[in-house]
Design a protein around this ligand. Structure first.
Ligand SMILES: Nc1ncnc2c1ncn2[C@@H]1O[C@H](COP(=O)(O)OP(=O)(O)OP(=O)(O)O)[C@@H](O)[C@H]1O
Ligand SMILES: [Mg+2]
Length: 350
């Protein structure tokens, strides 16, 4: 549905986006995820036509649109700041894209009614944007975008201004709309949880480059590089070298198995929730896939309890486990032993 080939953007001497290839399938939900300034909005603006590419070619629906102006690309946009017209009612805001397309009045009224019902805003037709909550304004923004059934919707941090509960609720609504309408969506966020929750595909950006593209599961369980490993989820990372018998040895003596192909600069990663807290007597006798240390901090974060631990060698690691209703069993200063399954060791080659 959307194809970028070698598309880059340079402002003056500054490269906002290095030459990038990216494809979005029809009906796919693709999220551009990355830190501030990594080039997410630049890609979105290049697709919409708001910004002209310095290099490369953009195809939409099989047609080269590189030089086609924004209004002729048939793309809908939803912005973080809603961009509603303040003097117009909810009805008129949503009706606007249909009016400029010259639809008959009766048809406009019917479509606006349908779409407002879809986003849960029936009864709000006469209100002005300032008489709505942030979440309601955001839903008007989405209604105004979906009302004319664009084949592609681009959303730039649409939920950034909302509190956590409203964000979760709006994520569900966006997901539902995507499933029901089958629209191709390109979404921008710097919130990894939002990206993992919403997307078929996540495209992780780092300083004007695509760092990794894959399903949410691929990015979490098979990060392609250090940046991906650290940006998505929490990681315990160890520099390793190959030891005797193919075991990997970290500088503090921690042993990992399986060994895989460790070269110079290799690291292994174990996610905190894969570390199982065990009694010393339950540790495997070969001391492989084992860490022991003294607890620095224990934090209760709702469903999970997060424990940070310092080993005798001076390295730190984090273990997370499902919180227990009974008072916490561990406290700072305690000794803690953890082990993990060999299959949970992720290898990152340098
Ligand atoms: N019009 C412009 N002129 C010069 N530099 C620009 C312009 N627009 C963007 N940039 C630069 O390009 C880089 C990428 O910007 P972009 O807006 O794509 O980042 P982003 O990933 O969307 O970040 P954020 O999460 O903060 O919105 C940034 O370093 C930014 O300063
Ligand atoms: Mg941006």
């Amino acid at each position: 549905m959307i194809r970028l080939e070698g598309v880059g953007k340079i402002y003056g001497g500054f490269t906002a986006l290095h030459r990038t290839d990216l494809s979005v399938r029809r009906g796919e939900f693709l999220t551009l995820l990355g830190p501030s300034g990594s080039g997410k909005s630049t890609i979105l603006n290049l697709i919409s036509g708001a910004v002209a590419a310095t290099s490369g070619r953009i195809d939409i629906d099989g047609r080269d649109v590189t030089d086609v102006p924004a209004r002729e690309r048939g793309i809908g946009m939803v912005f973080q700041n809603y961009a509603l017209m303040p003097h117009m009612s909810v009805f008129d805001n949503v009706a606007y894209p249909l009016k400029i397309r010259g639809l008959p009045k009766a048809q406009i009224a019917e479509k606006v009614r349908d779409v407002l019902a879809r986003v849960g805003l029936t009864g709000f037709e006469a209100r002005k944007p300032r008489q709505l909550s942030g979440g309601q304004q955001q839903r008007v923004g989405i209604a105004r975008c979906i009302v004319y059934s664009p084949k592609i919707i681009l959303m730039d941090e649409p939920l950034g201004a909302l509190d956590k509960n409203m964000r979760d609720q709006m994520q569900e609504e966006i997901k539902r709309l995507h499933t029901e309408l089958g629209t191709t969506i390109v979404y921008v966020t710097h919130d990894q949880e939002e990206a993992l929750n919403l997307s078929d595909t996540v495209c992780l950006m780092e300083t004007g480059n695509v760092s990794q593209t894959g399903s949410p599961e691929e990015l979490y369980f098979a990060p392609a590089n250090m940046f991906a490993a650290q940006f998505i989820g929490e990681s315990n990372l160890f520099d390793v070298v190959r030891g005797e018998g193919g075991v990997l040895r970290a500088s503090d003596g921690t042993l990992f198995w399986p060994g895989a192909d460790a070269g110079p600069g290799s690291k292994v990663l174990v996610r905190p929730e894969k570390l199982r807290i065990v009694d010393e007597g339950q540790l495997p006798p070969d001391r492989v896939n084992v860490l022991s240390g003294e607890i620095d901090h224990v934090s209760f974060v709702g469903g999970m309890t997060r424990v940070s631990v310092r080993t005798a060698g001076g390295t730190s690691f984090v273990a997370k486990s499902i919180s227990e209703r009974a008072a916490l069993r561990v406290k700072p200063g305690d000794r803690l032993h953890v082990t993990w399954d060999a299959g949970d060791v992720i290898m990152l080659n340098g």
